[in-house]
Design a protein around this ligand. Structure first.
Ligand SMILES: Nc1ncnc2c1ncn2[C@@H]1O[C@H](COP(=O)(O)OP(=O)(O)OP(=O)(O)O)[C@@H](O)[C@H]1O
Ligand SMILES: [Mg+2]
Length: 272
């Protein structure tokens, strides 16, 4: 029997279509879940942020009233430190829920990576190797520069944490013309020119149930006091605010690659 019998080919095709539909539905369900969590978190974070500003201000006023040598100054400093940390967390939640006022600029992703490289190397330590493979041409995107740097940092720190015994983190950038919905463009994005950022590691990888929740705020598998679970949530918020998409490819024991798709920003003054 020929392995290419027509009805068998059709079955394969139909099977592929069914799988594709399944993937699309799962993706949509995940996006909707994240949207709902985002709205909820955004509302809470917004109110908390205002209250924390009040706490910080009054703690500051009280401190100013205390004599230099007052023992109470240290107590007030503790209040301020805790409020600052809480304010930091709410800030990240606001990024996730895209409530944070973003100031997008047209910038070159390659420059962002290059400028962060020193900090990244220092952050990952000696036992992890950092390899960068940047597209030879500029990778122009429209995003908030400090948030984009934070994206790269969060992904690299996650990669480092996944390789306690050392390994290699690879940062790659590329321009992808996904005009005809090819080149691996996620189904949720419209066709067009994109810039792709990939951060890959050869670390522990993720189990499917970890991967399914990884973008949710406060989801972490790290020991208490180490991770807050806001890293990938803020990555997701930043990327979707720029009308891009984030995807994870991972196998337990086989490493992880996070891919960030961002629409390419057209060159200023070029009518293309
Ligand atoms: N490169 C990776 N390899 C393996 N697992 C990962 C990787 N990146 C993320 N994860 C998993 O996804 C979870 C969520 O990641 P996320 O960055 O949101 O939070 P975190 O790293 O745990 O804490 P935080 O980033 O706030 O310090 C991690 O706890 C980990 O289980
Ligand atoms: Mg993290």
């Amino acid at each position: 029997m020929s392995p290419h019998a027509p009805d068998q080919a059709e079955t394969t095709e139909r099977r592929e279509a069914r799988l594709q539909r399944g993937r699309l539905e799962a993706r949509l369900a995940q996006a909707q879940r994240l949207e709902t969590i985002g709205q909820l978190a955004g509302g809470v974070a917004h109110d908390f942020n205002n209250l924390l500003a009040v706490i910080l201000n009054y703690a500051y006023f009280v401190r100013e009233q205390l004599p230099e040598d007052s023992e109470l100054r240290r107590d007030v400093d503790e209040i301020r430190r805790a409020a600052e940390r809480a304010s930091d967390l709410t800030h990240q939640l606001l990024v996730f829920s895209r409530e944070e006022a973003i100031e997008p600029e047209v910038l070159d992703l390659n420059s962002v990576v290059r400028e962060a490289e020193r900090l990244l190397r220092r952050t990952i330590g000696e036992h992890v190797r950092l390899v960068t493979r940047l597209a030879p041409e500029g990778c122009r995107v429209s995003a908030d520069p400090s948030q984009l740097e934070q994206v790269v940092l969060n992904l690299v720190v996650n990669a480092r944490d996944a390789m306690p015994d050392g390994g290699t983190v690879t940062i790659e950038t590329a321009r992808v013309d996904a005009a005809a919905r090819r080149n691996g463009l996620p189904e949720s994005l419209p066709p067009g020119p994109y810039v792709l950022l990939s951060v890959g590691d050869d670390g522990v990888g993720m189990e499917p149930d970890v991967m399914a929740h990884a973008f949710e705020p406060f989801f972490t598998t790290k020991p208490k006091g180490t991770g807050t679970g806001l890293g990938l949530a803020t990555v997701y918020g930043t990327v979707t605010a720029s009308r891009g998409e984030a995807e994870i490819e991972s196998t337990p024991g086989g490493g992880t690659t996070v891919r960030i798709w961002l629409p390419e920003a057209s060159a200023p003054g070029h009518g293309e």
